[in-house]
Design a protein around this ligand. Structure first.
Ligand SMILES: Nc1ncnc2c1ncn2[C@@H]1O[C@H](COP(=O)(O)OP(=O)(O)O)[C@@H](O)[C@H]1O
Ligand SMILES: [Mg+2]
Length: 362
């Protein structure tokens, strides 16, 4: 998948901009606060129908405006031309169109234009609670498997209903119905998460050792109560506890991803450099799986390329992503000279854009 042209109107601090991209590496350079990350986020919006950072769509509308528009002209890996338009207005909500036709459900769009973002915020995956890691898995697997997103949405809807129900009743028949539904959708979610994490593990290790030149092994494992018994048995066993607590205490909404280095928790024992290399290895593994399973090379977004990485690691990273396994790339950095010097050695064609106060120039 390659983005040929990006059109932005009232998107955060970018009031109006038309950007013609190259199939190789697109570099956005400028000072802090210029709008570089916002451009990458707009590309993320077009693929995922939401921001990688802000919680609500309204936060992406330029201050004082009523709506934003992002539009991308793409060419996919079979050379088909595709137009995606994602607009949001405070009155009318969000609309996503593919080649002029609005989707029935926004969820149908996710996965058609695969994207992977690497950003300084990824450290949240290591430092934050399990919810952040589940959110990551959900968003990633949604791009791979539309059935997954459906199952996840249904699971969450039943879970919310069951939790409301537990606050006012202990009726066995109703609880049985809820549990049957949770079992159906939750088991699918579990199986997909397990399958994907197992596929990723060797790739994460491979990229990690190449990037970091580190002899330590890294591990990424998926932990779920469903490893030990089927969800319907878990729910039955915890029913009494659920009734006392008045919410559902077990299920795939409690799963987690475990990251380790040399056999120890990455959060406690990994240095900042090791953690950063791990996160990049994770995202590159995600990229490879998406490319293999969707048949479409995702667009790779590298926000703040030099964040917590020394020159040697940046060079190794650029070496990897300049290879045949990877496609179009967008990079941001605040230091033009440093970035250009590094790119000259990478051997992939690149184009520089300057970003200043929400304006983008070539
Ligand atoms: N909804 C919005 N309307 C106007 N400006 C915004 C909005 N959201 C963020 N900004 C501005 O965008 C700028 C940050 O842009 P960003 O892309 O993060 O910069 P950087 O070039 O450092 O990556 C800040 O000045 C911030 O105030
Ligand atoms: Mg930024």
């Amino acid at each position: 998948m390659r983005l040929k042209k990006l059109l932005l109107i009232n998107f955060k601090n970018i009031l109006q901009s038309e950007i013609y991209l190259t199939d190789g590496i697109n570099c956005f350079v400028g000072d802090n606060g210029a709008g570089k990350t916002n451009i990458l986020d707009a590309v993320h919006y077009l693929s995922m129908s939401k921001s990688a950072f802000t919680m609500t769509d309204g936060q992406s509308v330029s201050h004082g405006e009523e709506f934003f528009v992002t539009e991308g002209s793409y060419v996919d890996d079979q050379q088909r031309v595709e137009l995606v338009n994602c607009s949001f207005s405070k009155r009318g909500g969000k609309i996503i169109k593919r080649n002029g036709k609005e989707y029935d459900r926004i969820a149908d769009h996710v996965g058609n234009f695969p994207v992977v973002m690497v950003s300084p915020r990824d450290t949240d995956l290591i430092t934050d609670a399990a919810e952040e890691r589940r959110r990551y898995l959900n968003s990633f697997i949604s791009q791979l498997d539309k059935g997954y997103l459906q199952s996840m949405m249904r699971y969450n809807a039943v879970l919310a209903e069951r939790n409301v129900f537990l606050k006012r009743s202990s009726d066995e028949t109703m609880l049985q119905i809820y549990d049957m539904q949770l079992d159906e959708h939750g088991t699918h979610v579990y199986q997909e998460r397990k399958r994907i994490v197992e596929c990723m593990q060797p790739l994460v290790n491979e990229y990690y050792s190449f990037l970091s030149e580190d002899r330590e092994q890294v591990e990424m494992t998926y932990r779920s109560e469903l490893d030990d018994m089927p969800l319907k048995d878990i729910l039955l066993r915890s029913r009494e506890r659920d009734l006392v607590n008045q919410f559902t205490t077990s299920g795939v909404h409690r799963d987690d991803l475990i990251f380790k280095i040399g056999g120890y928790p990455l959060k406690k024992y990994g240095s900042q450099g090791q953690q950063k290399s791990f996160l990049i290895a994770l995202k590159l593994a995600q990229y490879r799986l998406l490319a293999e399973q969707t048949g479409e090379k995702p667009i790779l977004l590298l926000d703040d390329l030099f964040d917590k990485l020394d020159m040697r690691r940046v060079e190794r990273l650029l070496g990897i992503v300049s290879g045949d396994d990877f496609g179009q790339i967008c990079i941001t950095d605040c230091n033009k000279v440093r970035l250009e010097n590094t790119l000259k050695n990478a051997g992939k064609e690149y184009q520089l854009f300057t970003v200043e106060g929400g304006e983008v120039k070539r």
